[in-house]
Design a protein around this ligand. Structure first.
Ligand code: MG
Ligand code: MG
Length: 637
């Protein structure tokens, strides 16, 4: 297996050139494609860039872009060659040998394959004299050449050892071009392969490419088909990620670079045996494990808020079932739900409390092989979570995923038994109270992330955990839009709704600001009888989120529900939805500390999340938040 050079274009990341090189090198790449703009803002000269690349162990694959070259009339043609000579000088200083020419988009350019062949032949001659090579790429919006098959025809006719083709998965797959011709290109005539994915969008291909490209696996283009066709060519050159994406450039460069490398591991994993033989681009991770649910969710609270939290859990029908043997950690249970309340004054949870306040700091996922799940996450670039354990306690493997987010892997089937029996002193279940409020299990987790982190989270869930990520969609908020994406494990044992804010005033954006980053905003519990559950919650005095009466008028018009059911929905502030699969009922508690809240859901065959109701819920929460802010402002006056 050839050891392929993996590379990423500097244009994919934000930051200074040094920050980019550092992030790229740390993430595991061996090469880098420099975008010329990045040189303009560098304080040293080209030799300095070369030294810096050397220091970070990065090979400069090429320097991009060279535009509007072939098919120009005079005097533009001569000028294009002068520009090329300048670029050769720069390449020499940078120590790179690949000249990268994109097909001409200038309205001045003249068509005709012979003209393009002549120009590229002359360029090849000039490049060869200086020991360089020329790679020619068809842009999907090129004026005369927009199809890789035409670019290949030009390169084939140029028939010069210093002239080859550049294949870019976006330009080829966005136009849905047939890959048959690609399979027949001899690998040594392909000088560079660029990889980019993209979501399915119905828009102009130029804007699509410039703003919405993403890493392989984050979008919907058939990248694996592209890789299979590439394998047939026996290509052995660099694989370079070239992503133009506005959000990527505002995110932390280290996060984006490691997402890029993670996407290559994921890409490798999805390859069939034949294709994988050709491309050893990244180390293979241990196989994915089976996830069968969320074993626990861990809250962190300080001395003041822990009692609020305990109060609301009691009102929700949870019972305090026990204490951790060596830590200030409580277990609260109901049905199959385990909630852990951590008020330690040291360790991860305490650090988390310091930076985020009262919040959900960790999740324990139940798997069939915790060790393997842990190893797999590490192979995918997560860092291991190490913490002190007391005598006789279980070691629970855990990883930090994105930022300080912590996930534990719980071996439900481990030889030493469940963590609750080993690490906790358990109380007898109070049978009189055992039914609680009829909450059965964790239906889903609602997570909020800054918009520039959204695709990082989706990739994490897809690759490390092997979950499915549905396409993103918009949810209106009174102050903007929320981007939403549903993540589900196989058989939906674990479900996450991932939301990100667009617009500073949105509820999601306020959460991000208040919370200082991404986090879990709500937990949805399932019940078999939402009205009975709400009856108990009301009796326990829990404040529910009030739904405006107009919502119900609209609901009545949309679904034509029976009057008795309508009355029940109204009386209990229950939101309702329907799909081909069935019916859905949901209600919300008011937020704790204006941040975390709980959702109660009853599914009757329905498998979605009531997205149509989300704007109503968000508007109602925003109302409360705003009146709270007014109240606080008055207090301060
Ligand atoms: Mg390209
Ligand atoms: Mg929800």
């Amino acid at each position: 297996m050839p050891d392929m050079l993996t590379s990423i274009a500097t244009v994919s990341l934000g930051g200074t050139l040094r920050e980019k090189f550092e992030a790229i090198s740390n993430a595991g790449f061996s090469g880098v494609e420099i975008f010329e703009n990045d040189l303009l803002s560098f304080s040293g000269d080209a030799y300095g860039v070369r030294r810096m690349a050397d220091d970070f162990g990065l090979k400069i694959v090429t320097v991009q872009p060279f535009r509007d070259f072939e098919g120009m009339p005079e005097p533009q043609r001569s000028r294009a060659f002068d520009r090329a000579e300048h670029k050769f000088d720069l390449m020499e200083k940078l120590g790179t040998d690949l000249f990268f020419a994109c097909s001409n988009v200038s309205p001045l350019s003249l068509g005709g394959i012979n003209r393009a062949v002549d120009d590229l032949h002359e360029l090849g001659e000039r490049a060869a004299k200086r020991g360089f090579r020329v790679g020619y790429e068809a842009l999907a919006w090129g004026k005369h050449i927009s199809d890789y098959r035409d670019a290949w025809e030009v390169v084939r006719r140029v028939d010069h050892p210093a002239v080859g083709i550049v294949l870019d998965s976006f330009h080829i797959l966005s136009l849905r071009l047939d890959l048959k011709v690609m399979r027949a290109i001899p690998g040594e005539r392909i000088f560079l392969v660029q990889l980019a994915d993209a979501p399915t969008l119905d828009m102009n291909v130029l804007s699509w490419s410039r703003h919405y490209r993403c890493f392989p696996g984050q979008g919907r283009l058939p990248i694996q088909e592209f890789m299979r066709a590439l394998a047939a060519t026996n290509y052995g050159g660099p694989l370079s990620l070239e992503i133009f994406n506005d959000y990527f450039r505002t995110a932390a460069p280290a996060q984006i670079a490691s997402d890029g490398y993670r996407s290559l591991i994921h890409l490798t994993e999805g390859m069939d045996t034949e294709t994988h033989k050709t491309f050893a681009i990244a180390p293979k991770a241990p196989p994915r494990v089976h996830y069968d649910g969320i074993e626990f969710v861990e809250f962190v609270a300080n001395r003041d808020t822990v009692s609020d939290l305990e109060k609301i859990l009691t009102q929700l029908g949870f019972q305090n079932r026990g204490w951790h043997r060596s830590k200030k950690v409580n277990l609260w249970t109901q049905g199959a739900i385990n909630l852990v309340l951590n008020s330690e004054h040291k360790g991860f949870a305490h650090d988390y409390l310091q930076s985020h306040g009262t919040s959900i700091c960790a999740m324990g996922l139940r798997v069939d092989n915790a060790q393997q799940a842990h190893e797999r996450a590490l192979a995918y670039g997560c860092t291991s979570n190490e913490q002190a354990i007391g005598p006789g306690e279980l070691h629970i493997p855990g990883v930090r995923t994105i930022k300080d987010s912590l996930v534990y892997f719980i071996d439900r089937y481990g030889a030493r038994g469940s963590i609750w029996n080993v690490d906790f002193r358990l109380l007898q279940e109070d049978n009189a109270q055992a039914a609680g409020a009829g909450l059965l299990a964790i239906d889903h987790i609602g997570q909020i992330a800054p918009i520039e982190q959204m695709s990082s989270w989706a990739l994490l869930y897809k690759s490390v955990f092997g979950f499915d990520a549905a396409p993103q969609f918009d949810i209106p908020d009174p102050s903007g839009l929320m981007q939403s994406q549903v993540i589900e494990s196989t058989n939906r044992e674990i479900r996450v709704t991932l939301n990100a804010a667009q617009g500073r005033g949105t509820l999601a954006a306020r959460f991000i600001t208040q919370y200082a980053g991404s986090g879990i905003q709500h937990i949805a519990f399932s019940t078999n009888d939402i009205f009975a559950t709400l009856q108990t919650l009301k009796a326990n005095g829990i404040p529910l989120l009030a739904i405006p009466p107009m919502y119900y008028d609209d609901l009545e018009a949309r679904f034509g529900l029976a009057p008795a059911l309508m009355a029940q929905l109204r009386a209990n502030n229950v939101l309702y939805d329907q799909s081909n699969e069935g019916e859905f009922f949901q209600a919300y508690t008011q937020s704790l500390d204006n941040r975390i809240f709980f959702e109660i859901v009853e599914r009757r065959g329905y498998q979605d999340y009531g997205a149509a109701n989300a704007p109503v819920r968000i508007a109602a929460q925003t109302e409360i938040l705003k009146s709270h802010e007014k109240f606080m402002a008055r207090l301060e006056m």
